[in-house]
Write a protein that binds this ligand. Structure first.
Ligand code: HEM
Length: 213
């Protein structure tokens, strides 16, 4: 059992709720999206009831994901701004993967890899949202010419597939850095985890002074 004094709050309750709502939305749009895109995976549509129901629910879950990500954007954008040492961090990725990141730069709230992933996720979400709204039948699709609809669907599928790759990397990293996941489940991380991976964040007055719940 970890002593309460040995942990610090990493993600407050509203952020955790927004994150897991995002995961729920992402899971259903991914399953249905793969079912629409690959004829061989058409059977996945049964996961949401019937293909017709999947067609109706896909954009609804997309909006659920966008709602969760909007909260994450508002809560985390300031922590994800570029800083001057970020370039040095990217130049030393091999050392970082060996677990020597504390010798390279003093990482703050997020490391530069997380920050880059964050902005890529947000950028792709904007593309998915706009192209998804354009192609949404029966509400908006009829307002646009066919060539534009085709372009929107092409960009929508491409961004969806890129997003799946990014999220795969994100989940892999969450498990790779032992002790990270509990920040998004219980809310807290151990001080030793923070000292190793985010020492500058641990020293911030807001982190030191926080209550562990
Ligand atoms: C089972 C799936 C997932 C797991 C296990 C997971 C895990 C995590 C963890 C542990 C963090 C906190 C990282 C830290 O404190 O340093 C985090 C943050 C975050 N996650 Fe996830 N995540 C998952 C799926 C997703 C999905 C599907 C999205 C978006 C579509 C997403 C977007 C984010 C964002 C924007 C953050 C905040 C910034 C960041 O740490 O990159 N996550 N996630």
């Amino acid at each position: 059992m970890t002593n309460q004094k040995d942990v610090v709050l990493r993600h407050p309750f509203p952020v955790r709720v927004a994150h897991w709502v995002t995961v729920l939305g992402f899971f259903f749009v991914t399953v249905s999206g793969l079912g629409f895109f690959f004829p061989s995976l058409h059977g996945l549509l049964g996961f949401l009831g019937t293909p017709q129901l999947a067609q109706f629910l896909h954009p609804v879950f997309g909006l659920v994901m966008v709602a969760g990500l909007t909260v994450l954007l508002l809560r985390n954008a300031l922590h994800c701004l570029p800083e001057k040492d970020d370039r040095k961090w990217f130049q030393h990725i091999p050392d970082i993967l060996k677990g020597n990141e504390h010798h390279v730069v003093e990482v703050g709230h997020y490391n530069p890899g997380q920050k880059m992933l964050f902005w890529k996720i947000m950028g792709l979400t904007v593309v998915l949202l706009i192209t998804g709204l354009v192609a949404w039948r029966p509400y908006f699709a009829h307002l646009f010419p066919i060539p534009l609809l085709r372009l929107a669907l092409f960009l929508h599928s491409l961004s969806g597939i890129l997003m799946m790759f990014l999220i795969f990397v994100h989940i892999y990293m969450g498990f790779w850095y032992k002790g990270t996941l509990r920040g998004m489940t219980q809310g807290t991380v151990t001080r030793s985890w923070a000292k190793k991976h985010h020492p500058r964040w641990l020293r911030e007055p807001a982190t030191k002074g926080n209550k562990n719940h």
